[in-house]
Write a protein that binds this ligand. Structure first.
Ligand SMILES: Nc1ncnc2c1ncn2[C@@H]1O[C@H](COP(=O)(O)OP(=O)(O)OP(=O)(O)O)[C@@H](O)[C@H]1O
Length: 264
């Protein structure tokens, strides 16, 4: 059974830019950044996630909401293992399929077919099983003979088709999505959405970050509201949305998030 445990997880990004003082002032004027701090080396850091503790279990369909810079994408990347927490512990049990940063892990010198095989092997899928599925996966990409050629010969749209097909070759236990599906090719978008929708139903845990409420209402059974890297509220979709609306309609002054700024 899939599960995710976050215990006091933090992610700090160090900002290396020239004038730390003016940079900090600029960021503090912005309503959208995570909390800014000095680290032990007097560097300015952005606290993108701030001591997050959270348990997700089988059946959880979690929508992440919050203003720009709240930490949604950072949290997804931590769950995907793209970022290591800079503090705290994370334990993920189950096969994770991130449907973002799709190009990560593609071998540009290998063929499309071999990339699909490598992805399956990475997940421990039997060679025979993936060969049985290959015809369907290849048909899904509509890349035809290009699947025999190195990926570096593909256009951006073709690479995305392959990356999406390779990522979804194996049924996910834990499905992670940023803004549902970001594909610009309209015809492929419809196919990709149908495929992802099937995955949402078959996955054990799903986490999606989105600003689109109809997407959250359709896909999720819980919402997690983040601001400045901290959890404001987690609970049933309608309840959290009502609190979020109430908060945003009352936030007419201040930093735009209604959350106190860190000390300048
Ligand atoms: N690679 C990075 N380097 C420095 N700061 C970063 C980096 N990635 C994110 N941040 C900062 O971390 C904070 C959280 O960003 P994140 O992208 O997780 O927010 P988000 O909730 O996904 O925002 P949005 O809704 O605008 O996509 C922001 O202040 C952002 O500026």
């Amino acid at each position: 059974m899939a599960s995710i445990h976050l215990n006091d997880v933090s992610v700090d990004f160090v900002l290396y830019q020239g004038s730390a003082r003016s940079l900090k002032k600029t960021l503090l004027r912005s309503s959208t950044s995570g909390a800014l701090k000095h680290d032990a080396h007097h560097r300015i850091t952005v606290k993108a996630l701030n001591n997050l503790s959270l348990t997700l279990e089988h059946g959880d369909r979690i929508g992440l909401i919050g203003g720009n810079g709240a930490g949604k994408t950072t949290l997804l990347r931590v769950l995907a293992g793209v970022y290591e927490p800079t503090g705290g512990r994370i334990r993920v049990e189950g096969r994770v399929t991130p449907l973002f940063d799709l190009g990560l892990g593609l071998d540009m010198d290998a063929s499309g077919y071999d990339n699909i095989r490598m992805r399956a092997a990475y997940f421990g899928i039997d060679r025979d099983e993936i060969e049985r599925k290959m015809e369907d996966i290849a048909a899904f990409t509509e890349l035809g003979d290009y699947l025999d050629l190195p990926v570096r010969t593909y256009s951006a749209g073709m690479t995305l088709r392959l990356a999406f097909a390779a990522a979804t070759a194996v049924d996910p236990e834990i499905l992670l999505m940023d803004e549902w599906i970001a594909v610009s090719d309209v015809q492929f978008l419809e196919k990709a959405q149908r495929r992802a929708e099937g995955f949402v139903n078959r996955s054990s845990i799903m986490v999606v970050a989105s600003h689109v409420e109809s997407v959250l209402q359709r896909l999720c059974n819980k919402l997690l509201w983040l601001e400045r890297g901290s959890i404001v509220r987690i609970g049933p979709v309608d309840e959290v949305l009502a609190a979020y609306h109430n908060h945003t309609s009352h936030t007419v002054t201040g930093n735009g998030t209604g959350v106190a700024e860190s000390a300048p």
